[in-house]
Design a binder for this molecule. Structure first.
Ligand SMILES: [Zn+2]
Length: 386
């Protein structure tokens, strides 16, 4: 699929940028062959699980960081909605309402994430009414949905086409800047086709005759942005300085710089080695380690850390849909929280750091029995950011 072009730059062989169709760009992160992280086999399925290249490519033209390979994978079973996600949605709706963008009596269209997290109830309580698919709306909301579209320009075109005159497009996304700053290399996953910066989105929106007018930032996932965009020439939605300041801060941080993004490759190696070394030390000490959070983003980490059931006995997950399954690419089973105490773990490696306050409160038996919660994603030391 990829071939090496001149001066080490990659060209998308037979493919083009998912947004601008440009062909020049660079491969910035290569996690090798990975199972589709949405594919949780039954625990008695011996494998091997099919694997696909997992690579991030940065378009030189529009600056969109994107997934290269495009295996068709089933959606991840919908998980329990984390409290952090629910709280952020309420916070975001409050902030957008305070900015005067949620006029009561308006219509709303939502493009949600296949992983859940709808805002429609919150918006209904503000007096907005959902419209049928395809109908125009005053508020078109995309909450972590757009990144799931293989054809980014077509997906954005569909959304903007539904924005009524004077309406607003709200796009919420996990920011590439946060991914790079936080060393979140395992945000890269099959099924997530795009990793946005304000800069890349500005180019994508401009191609549709839209522009960003307001941006709000949240701590969710280490850095989530909610961008309000309006149609060019539409005065209903005046801009403030939040978008230009986000834009310039991100560009300074290197979201369009292949060398800055390549730091993710070093992070991946350091984190996986850190987890592996810690797990081996725990096993050598005779300790039982569990994981918590059968999340798609744990899949590549577990594979790179060469984790198996001898190192992690089981991964605990609250989602009923994941019981009886195992982590893709490993022999580690997924078990229900009811089993937590049975294992008497010395440590529980948490794959979703956002959940720490929630799981400590929900499962006091872990610490009561002398066990501890460990953030699995920060065990390796990573090179300092310049
Ligand atoms: Zn592009």
């Amino acid at each position: 699929m990829l071939r090496l072009g001149r001066k080490g730059r990659y060209e998308m062989g037979g493919l083009a940028c998912r947004a601008c169709r440009g062909r020049a760009g660079q491969l910035v992160l290569d996690l090798g062959e990975q199972p589709a992280c949405d594919y949780f086999p039954r625990s008695d399925d011996p494998g091997p699980d099919p694997a696909y290249p997992l690579q991030m490519w940065l378009c030189s033209s529009c600056g969109l960081a994107q997934l290269v390979a495009d295996p068709t994978v089933p959606e991840e079973p919908r998980g329990a909605e984390p409290a952090a996600l629910v709280a952020q949605a309420a916070d975001a709706v409050d902030r957008v309402a305070a900015a005067g963008l949620l006029a009561g009596g308006g219509r709303v269209a939502e493009y949600g994430s296949p992983h859940g997290g709808s805002w429609l109830e919150l918006l209904a309580s503000r007096g907005l009414t959902p419209v049928s698919p395809g109908e125009p709306a005053d508020v078109v909301l995309d909450c972590f949905g757009l990144m799931h579209a293989a054809d980014q320009s077509a997906a954005l075109a569909e959304r903007v086409s539904r924005v009524a005159p004077g309406g607003v497009l709200l796009l919420q996304y996990h920011s590439l800047d946060a991914i790079v700053r936080g060393g979140q290399w395992n945000a890269l996953r099959h099924g997530h086709y795009a990793y946005y910066s304000a800069s890349a989105l500005a180019a994508m929106l401009a191609a549709q005759g839209f522009s960003g007018r307001r941006a709000w930032q949240f701590e969710l996932y280490g850095g989530t942005v909610l961008l309000a965009a309006g149609r060019d020439g539409d005065a209903h939605l005046p801009a403030d300085d939040s978008v230009p300041s986000l834009f310039s801060r991100e560009v300074r941080a290197g979201v369009r710089d292949p060398a800055a993004l390549a730091a993710l490759q070093r992070d991946a190696q350091a984190r996986a080695r850190g987890l592996h070394d810690w797990l081996v030390a725990e096993r050598s000490a005779g300790n039982t380690v569990l994981g918590y959070g059968a999340a798609s983003r744990a899949v590549a980490l577990l594979r790179w850390a060469e984790a198996d059931q001898s190192l992690i006995r089981a991964v605990v997950d609250a989602s009923p849909a994941k019981q009886g399954l195992r982590m893709p690419g490993t022999d580690i089973p997924v078990v229900s929280p009811a089993r937590l105490a049975d294992y008497r773990p010395s440590a529980v490696a948490l794959f979703l750091a956002d959940l720490l306050p929630e799981v400590r409160a929900a499962f006091p038996e872990v610490e009561a029995a002398g066990g501890r919660w460990v953030n699995a994603e920060v065990l390796g030391s990573v090179p300092a950011r310049g």
